[in-house]
Design a protein around this ligand. Sequence first.
Ligand SMILES: Cc1cc2nc3c(=O)[nH]c(=O)nc-3n(C[C@H](O)[C@H](O)[C@H](O)COP(=O)(O)OP(=O)(O)OC[C@H]3O[C@@H](n4cnc5c(N)ncnc54)[C@H](O)[C@@H]3O)c2cc1C
Length: 479
Amino acid sequence: MTKAWPAPPAAVNGPDIEALRTAIAPLAGDRGASIEVSSLNGAPRLEGTAAEWQDVVDLGHALSDAWYRLSQHREVVVDVTTPTGSSQPPSPTPSGPTVPELPDKTHVLVVGGGICGLITALKLSVLGNEVTVIETGGSWGSRTTTWNNGMVHSGFDPKPGTHKAFHNVRGNIMWDRLADDLDIRLRRAGSVVVSLDADADTRVEEYLARAQSNGVPGCEILSGDEIRAMEPRLSPTILRALVTPTTGFVEPVEVCRAAARLIRAAGGRVVLGASVTGVAVEDGRVVGATTTSGDIACTVLVNAAGVHADQLAELAGVRTFSLHPRRGTLVIVEDDHANPYQFCVGPVPSPYTKGGGVTLRPNGTLSLGPSAVEQQSRDHVAPTTEEVRSILDQSYRIYPDLDAAAVVSVGAQVRASSYGEDFVVGPAPGLPGFYNVAAMQSPGVASIPSVANQVATDLLDLGLITANTERFTALWRKS
Ligand SMILES: Cc1cc2nc3c(=O)[nH]c(=O)nc-3n(C[C@H](O)[C@H](O)[C@H](O)COP(=O)(O)OP(=O)(O)OC[C@H]3O[C@@H](n4cnc5c(N)ncnc54)[C@H](O)[C@@H]3O)c2cc1C
């Protein structure tokens, strides 16, 4: 039976708003921030001013934690400004001509040609739906997707019970089938998390327990000597290692190009160099979008706009989350040491990042990092010298004989982190036709096959797409 689109959420009630105000008042006072809590589209909203961007991020996290304790929901809207600018800067502008031309109608319009938009579009299009992908940039995966580690994480790290935990573990399994379908390289090298000091060592068991609770297969803790017997170049200071053998690696831009090719082969349209600037709503449902290359009618709009996804939701009047850009710098190294690396090695994660490390790429290079730096701009991707130095220092602590002279490039991209630090995936309540694939920070690459499967399942249940059942179960399904 067809399900109904979720109804508009009720406003956050008065007692809850009061409880949220009380919960964040001490932090706001400490930071000298002038803030007010209200409700927007059923989510708590923080408005006001703060001195520094880090204050805004910390207040947003505190509000999310308090909201989770009250409601089991994590996402909040944060519109707090700083003297250097607003927390909601303008949407991106298109770069270059629109190639090819935008059609005037499509059944599903996917906004954003990064890995998440393209894999979702591929899933919907091979099931027999008319799909168009629209991308601001001049190439596929030209934003966050262009500069990341490409790790198909095992799922040892996300908090149990989150969307991240569910989709990461499931997506990891589904990647084998997807890589075959895309005909791209997937390297299942495995990864280890190492403790480099006594404090980190106390948390190794915690991550083993998390891995087991998330259902990650094959994890175990080895002593420093045992892991060095497998990888002799590892530092003698490593105390213990959590081994997660199911970790793999892909080249995300290669994935995007292959997906765009298959979408075209399935009859879909993929359009570069055009931006969605408005969402057309009639009789309370999505009917199309305005773009820099004209209007397009659609029945379903998938919001896969990366670090701009909350702005797109705002254009549609259904913003229930905010993104705070978190820059990640990577240093790429060609190290042709006689003993090749066996697997990826990272430190014990910190609260909001897996902590970087040394990652193998399918193309034979190594990625060192990434860093994790909160910044107000969604578009600033210039690494600092300090970030690069600290990434190299951390890498030497893991592999003391790493050849720093073999650095071939340094760059950064911005993660689309929400204050709930979870993915925002699902139909936007109250606006039939608007579906979010948003806040896809890491492990977005690892999780996307499972997320795309959820999009297809939801839209099918809502009666908004059709699917050849045989193909549906065959394509990237876990079982
Ligand atoms: C340094 C770093 C390392 C990472 N490492 C890993 C890893 O090892 N494993 C992992 O799983 N994840 C990793 N991640 C996270 C991963 O990169 C993301 O989850 C993933 O790339 C998100 O893809 P996306 O398609 O959602 O976003 P994007 O790649 O940013 O794509 C969104 C696209 O939408 C377009 N767009 C925005 N607004 C509009 C509009 N209005 N109209 C048209 N187009 C628009 C943008 O131009 C952009 O191309 C890492 C991230 C970083 C920064």
